[in-house]
Design a protein around this ligand. Structure first.
Ligand code: ADE
Length: 239
């Protein structure tokens, strides 16, 4: 998969993607990440990439032309069609379902804004979708782009080994994850729940499901409306 990042700080996103399984995916050629800096495409001695907002008000707005030229350069670097995603607090919330959808594509271009954002005309003309990573405002889209790169890359074939399989992740079935334990079995902070030591796989699976349901019900009841629940799950939640 190829991901191009258009940003005033493309190295930031590259650094975020340089570690752990995602870093290894880069080394193994499963993910190729490319940065494009609109400043390199800005005109004039000052290489200006922003200007004051029309109508007044605080902050600056990123200019159309340096961004558009960066986008053109990124598109031209590879003939495969790319989905252009703009990271902004005005976007649709990023969910695991959305991550899965993006991970199914061969090419993404992530557009990062700074300051008050980017000129709306560029968004209308060039952006396929606008995504937010949460209801808070970051100083730029780079952290959000790094989040997208990480979440997407780990779903690509071959990135996670069996041991790290994404199938059991939180949210893959619409629920929060169950708690996890390791050695030592006895510790001054507590003991590992007995069922996990029983060797009975059916009991362990049932316990984990119950924990996942219980936690979701307690912490994120909103998720239960969308989760795929069995009859047994529903019965459990009703008690
Ligand atoms: N840029 C600034 N804040 C953001 C957010 N919450 N999500 C995505 N991009 C952003």
């Amino acid at each position: 998969m190829r991901i191009d990042v258009i940003s005033l700080f493309p190295e930031f996103v590259a650094q975020c993607a340089a570690f752990g399984v995602v870093g290894r995916a880069g080394e193994r050629g499963l993910l190729s990440l490319h940065g494009w800096n609109p400043r390199d495409y800005a005109e004039g001695n000052y290489r200006r990439v922003d200007d004051r907002p029309c109508g007044g008000g605080p902050g600056m707005v990123m200019l159309i032309d340096p961004l558009r030229a960066s986008l053109q350069a990124a598109r031209a670097a590879d003939p495969a069609p790319a989905r252009v995603v703009y990271l902004s607090p005005q976007g649709v919330p990023l969910t695991q379902a959305k991550v899965r959808e993006l991970a199914a594509r061969e090419r993404l271009i992530l557009l990062c804004g700074r300051y008050e954002g980017i000129d709306e005309r560029l968004i209308q003309a060039e952006v396929d979708e606008e995504i937010s990573i949460g209801d808070y405002v970051l100083s730029g889209g780079e952290l959000a782009a790094a989040v997208v790169v990480d979440a997407v890359a780990r779903l690509r074939e071959g990135v996670l080994g069996d041991a790290e399989s994404a199938v059991q992740d939180s949210f893959e079935d619409g629920l929060l994850d169950c708690p996890h334990y390791s050695r030592p079995i006895e510790h001054e902070l507590g003991s590992v729940p007995e069922v996990l030591l029983s060797g009975n796989h059916a009991h362990i699976a049932a316990w984990r499901r119950m924990q996942a349901l219980g936690r979701t019900w307690q912490r994120r009841p909103d998720l239960l409306d969308e989760a795929s629940l069995s009859k047994a799950d529903r019965k459990l939640l009703a008690t």
